[in-house]
Design a protein around this ligand. Structure first.
Ligand code: SAM
Length: 465
């Protein structure tokens, strides 16, 4: 097993933030020119952009973020929803309502309950989920997670099935990562929460998660266990957000150096009110304008990395951030174990992990995406075609993404429209397909997509390239 390495040099990052303050206007402009050429940014450049509060710079950062987003991702937005399986937890983390000192009736779904959640997720049109659980070796061992995944992948409906399970469970062993890989994990998602070690140790009061280095090296172990698609993130609001942004970049570079591929996705969760969490104890809560700037700078720094936004953010903020670089959002989410079944039975929620700020239905979120000119995508093709890790990244960097992701987005949108759309939605989807098909540059691919869409209209399903 690889040794645990502390590749986050705190002093180096603090120093960067001190010296980048002196960057002049012309210097910042030259960094922006570089970003506009899709060349990414180095540490000093990122720090200088984060620290610049000149209006003209901020405007340009937003403008370039949108340009990169359009060029690399077109107007596709990938959709997913979380499935919370268990809220048992042995950790004492001051920001999380699953905190073991927090007294509430804990839940762990039976396989029948998992299947019920999946049935309801499928009814919303979801094909991709993020499986979530607290950390508890006895109540929620790896075998339980694997059993959930088997149950989920084993379900087939008239309209399809869950085709990709991303997993967000606590840092674990190489052996357990290997098991997750064997069963067909999509992306392994884990947030570092904070890269600032003294803060990390202050807010993780007890439990296995308190071990900063074990957590920091989780993706190294995941790679060792064969998982080459990993998704990082920090919980913004715990420590200095600019420090966190730079540390995320350094983590990404560490993975690139060791495994030839960095994060497949970056999530940008912001700390939200939750049961048993005292928001007054967090001096670094992140305001909206800084948050927007950070998302946009991340887009400039890592043009080819997907960026995920959850329902922690409200409707207005989600709409705004889609223009600043977000490429994947959750829709119709419940953050409670068994929450979808409860919603169906119109029961009160009893223990959400955090309070959701965008509680619109999946259909209304998806419809609004269409109205705003985006293509909602339920694509899961890369993972199913083995285009993971560096194979995905080389596709993204080659510019071929348009010839692959756009066909998949249009085909899955047509499936969604046929199975879940009303007359108005179907009209909008048909117009979007007419508008977007000519954007597929490869002639053969365009013809194949068009033929598959016709087959979908006749009742066939699950085409992907
Ligand atoms: N148990 C897993 C682990 O240890 O990483 C993670 C699962 S947890 C369901 C998913 C994420 O929710 C955590 O990594 C944390 O960043 C986030 N989270 C916890 N409390 C939160 C809060 N109050 N507001 C927003 N996000 C929160």
């Amino acid at each position: 097993m690889s040794a645990e390495e502390n590749f986050i040099d705190r002093e180096y990052i603090e120093d960067l933030l001190k010296t980048a303050k002196d960057a002049g206007c012309a210097e910042v402009d030259s960094y922006l020119d570089k970003a506009e050429r899709f060349e990414g940014l180095n540490h000093r450049e990122i720090a200088a952009l984060l620290l610049s509060d000149k209006e003209e710079h901020i405007k340009r950062i937003y403008h370039i973020a949108w340009k990169i987003k359009r060029r690399i991702y077109g107007n596709r937005i990938v959709l997913f929803a979380p499935l919370y399986a268990s809220d048992y937890c042995v950790n004492n983390c001051s920001y999380c309502s699953y905190n073991c000192r927090n007294k509430f009736k804990r839940t762990k779904l039976t396989m029948d309950e998992v299947r019920e959640e999946v049935r309801l997720l499928e009814k919303m049109g979801h094909k991709r989920i993020a499986l979530e659980a607290g950390e508890h070796d006895k109540e929620c061992p790896i075998d339980y997670i694997l059993e959930c995944m088997r149950a989920i992948y084993g379900m087939k409906f008239e309209n399809g099935e869950i085709r990709r399970i991303n997993v967000n469970i606590a840092a674990t062993t190489v052996e357990n990562y290997r098991k997750l890989k064997e069963i067909g994990i999509g992306t392994y998602i884990l947030f570092q929460e904070t890269y600032h070690q003294p803060t990390y140790e202050k807010i993780h009061l007890s439990g296995p998660k308190r071990d900063y280095l074990y957590h920091l090296n989780a993706f190294d172990r995941a790679h060792e266990g064969g998982i080459d698609d990993v998704g990082g993130g920090v919980l913004f609001g715990l420590a200095d957000p600019y420090f966190e942004t730079l540390a995320l970049m350094i983590h990404n570079e560490h993975l690139e150096k060791c495994f030839n591929v960095g994060f497949h996705t970056i999530s940008v969760p912001r700390l939200c009110p939750a049961q048993g969490v005292d928001m007054d104890t967090f001096p670094h809560l992140l305001d909206d304008s800084k948050f927007e700037k950070i998302v946009a700078v991340l887009r400039l720094a890592l043009p080819f990395t997907g960026m995920i936004l959850s329902t922690r953010e409200n409707h207005a903020m989600r709409k705004k951030l889609l223009r600043l670089g977000i490429s994947q959002i959750s829709a119709g989410s419940s953050t409670e174990a068994g929450g979808y079944a409860k919603r169906e039975r119109r029961e009160e929620t009893t223990h959400q992990q955090f309070f959701v700020n965008d509680d619109r239905s999946a259909l209304s979120i998806i419809t609004e995406l269409m109205d705003d000119g985006y293509i909602p995508s339920f694509c899961t093709a890369c993972y199913r075609n083995g285009r993971t890790g560096d194979r995905f990244m080389s596709l993204a960097k080659s510019g071929q993404i348009k010839n692959v992701c756009l066909p998949n987005a249009l085909m899955t949108l047509c499936e969604y429209s046929a199975d879940y759309g009303d007359a108005l939605f179907n009209e909008k989807a048909a117009a979007a397909v007419r508008r977007e098909l000519p954007e597929i540059q490869n002639e053969k691919m365009r013809a194949l997509t068009s033929a598959n869409i016709e087959k979908i209209r006749q009742g066939r399903r699950d085409f992907f390239v």
